[in-house]
Design a protein around this ligand. Sequence first.
Ligand code: BJW
Ligand code: ZN
Length: 241
Amino acid sequence: MDPRAISKIKERLEASKSPVALTGAGVSAESGVPTFRGPNGLWKTYKPEDLATPEAFERDPFLVWEWYNFRREKIASVSPNPAHEALARLEASKPSFTLITQNVDGLHCLAGSRNVLEIHGSIWNLRCVECGNSSENRDVPIGILPRCACGGLLRPGVVWFGESLPEDIMNAAFEAAEKADFMMVVGTSGVVQPAASLASVAKRAGAFTVEINTDSTPLSDIMDERVEGRAGEILPVLVTA
Ligand code: BJW
Ligand code: ZN
């Protein structure tokens, strides 16, 4: 960690009136939740077009549910890590802080964050494909195929490729990015749209931008500062107890 970069980021964060964080799978990696891309990512073993599209669910809901059951079991067995905890502390000390996450695991909420925009939904929500009714379900394992009271098939309440993101949540995320004077982008490969564009929106609006990632990403070029390393080691230094 470059101490000059760290103290500059801390200064900017402390002075910030409207800080925003955009998080991705890398934030939960140290909890033991697999990321999507990279050498040990889910997409190395599983094909997104077979498991994370509405067409895949129509074709083979059983296969898709088996995969989500496997992931729900994994997530249910892990706990928030120091990165989640630091972001929860940041919210407690700065009520204007907005946390935007692409993660569906619910670990930010479990760490104590209250104001979380889950733009890709939640693996703990189920939605009926017939009546659209949505409800929380934490059963692990879940009996497949789960059905709604109306008889319709229930699907995971997450956003698959080719699907629109929840409009109200996405509007709130874009509004926060436009107002942000500080944006940190943590543990995301920055390749999935429209999530990744939130960083560019904040940058264009004049925010001080910071990337925390073990690797560089397509977003690295628009960052004012980058800290290369693990979120669970860096965030607790930026947001001290
Ligand atoms: C660490 C670390 C540690 C590791 N510390 N760092 C414009 C251009 C091009 C394409 C499109 C576009 N607009 C739309 C698209 C299509 C598509 C898309 O973006 N495709 C690209 C991949 C090319 N987007 C969509 O389809 C979206 N919908 C949409 O745009 O609708 C509009 C529309 C609708 C209808 C008609 C027309 C338009 C929906 C995207 C949904 C994404 N869904 C998933 C699955 C969610 C459900 C589930 O979990 O099962 O979301 S895919 C997957 O990727 C998941 C994630 O949220 C998302 C992002 O991944 P993330 O978080 O960045 O993780 P990784 O694994 O990629 O990266 C981890 C990072 O952490 C790495 O950088 C590591 O280095 C780092 N790291 N350990 C810090 N300890
Ligand atoms: Zn229903």
